[in-house]
Write a protein that binds this ligand. Structure first.
Ligand SMILES: C[S@@+](CC[C@H](N)C(=O)[O-])C[C@H]1O[C@@H](n2cnc3c(N)ncnc32)[C@H](O)[C@@H]1O
Length: 267
């Protein structure tokens, strides 16, 4: 397979200009990032080197670099890479944080490694139809015994079921479409794909075992919704508490706006 990511790179380069503003004063998004950070951090040891795939504007890369970890951030979009470069300069994060413009299908070209953690947040990996184009590179980059944490959009997200109440079956079932769905980011269209934890583990192969799997925003609103928490604070907090409990149980741990999957490489 030779997937063309030109549209994706263009879409997210445009998005890079407004991406960080969207996260300002966004309680729901902040909660979701903190949940991801807690899971990743629980597997890190001081001085660990992290490879970040589809790093976006580098919010997470900066977070982990400020905690003292060595982070190598990669992304396909020139606009995103530029944002990370600006942050490295402005915050004086060189040499803890480095950046490289690279598709996660070209990881054989990564200029550093091996790494003690390989991290991908908030659905960058949903931009590819066949995860094996990424996973085939992992054994050369990840130190045996260490983990990856990937945050991926699943096929099942109960929040979408609300659309059924309005008779909107297209939204209700959109993630179940076999060939993915069209996304439109800043006026540029590209195809996105949804995966179950089983799909991810099959792509990783037998050298990997799941260590932790958690559903993120299974009942609570998805990442792009910042209004609900403000309009219904009590209900929001209740949904988050339900999420924090059932998000660890099967099958809910593979449902939600995302699931957070940490897997150990044990060849
Ligand atoms: C929704 S953003 C997530 C960014 C970041 N991880 C975060 O948590 O904010 C998706 C990112 O995936 C990147 N991306 C999409 N396809 C990619 C590919 N083939 N290789 C590397 N990055 C890719 C995009 O450029 C974009 O920055």
């Amino acid at each position: 397979m030779n997937e063309d990511f030109t549209q994706v790179a263009e879409a997210f380069s445009r998005k890079a200009l407004v991406y960080d503003d969207f996260g300002v004063d966004h309680e729901n998004l902040t909660r979701m990032r903190q949940t991801v950070y807690a899971q990743v951090q629980s597997f890190l040891e001081p001085g660990d080197h992290i490879l970040e795939l589809n790093a976006g504007t580098g919010a997470d890369a900066v977070h982990f670099a400020k905690k003292g970890f060595q982070v190598h951030a990669t992304d396909i979009s020139p606009g995103m890479v530029k944002q990370i470069g600006s942050k490295i300069q402005a915050m004086g994060l060189n040499p803890l944080l480095s950046v490289e413009q690279l598709s996660f299908t070209e990881l054989h070209q990564v200029s550093k490694g091996p790494f003690q953690h390989i991290y991908s947040n908030f659905g960058g990996l949903n931009c590819i139809s066949d995860l094996r184009e990424v996973t085939k590179h992992i054994p050369k980059l990840l130190q045996p015994g260490k983990l990856l944490t990937w945050v991926i959009m699943p096929r099942v997200t109960p929040w979408d079921w609300r659309a059924a109440l309005k008779g909107d079956w297209r939204t209700t079932t959109r993630r179940l479409q076999k060939d993915g769905i069209r996304a439109n980011v800043e006026g540029v269209e590209f195809q996105t794909y949804y995966f179950s934890p089983k799909d991810v583990m099959q792509a990783l192969g037998p050298g990997f075992e799941v260590v932790k799997l958690q559903g993120l925003s299974t009942c609570a609103p998805p990442a792009d919704n910042d209004g609900f928490a403000k309009r219904h604070p009590k209900l929001y907090r209740m949904l988050v508490r339900i999420d924090e409990t059932i998000g660890h149980w099967r099958p809910f741990n593979g449902w939600g706006d995302f699931f957070i999957l940490s897997a150990r490489y044990q060849p």
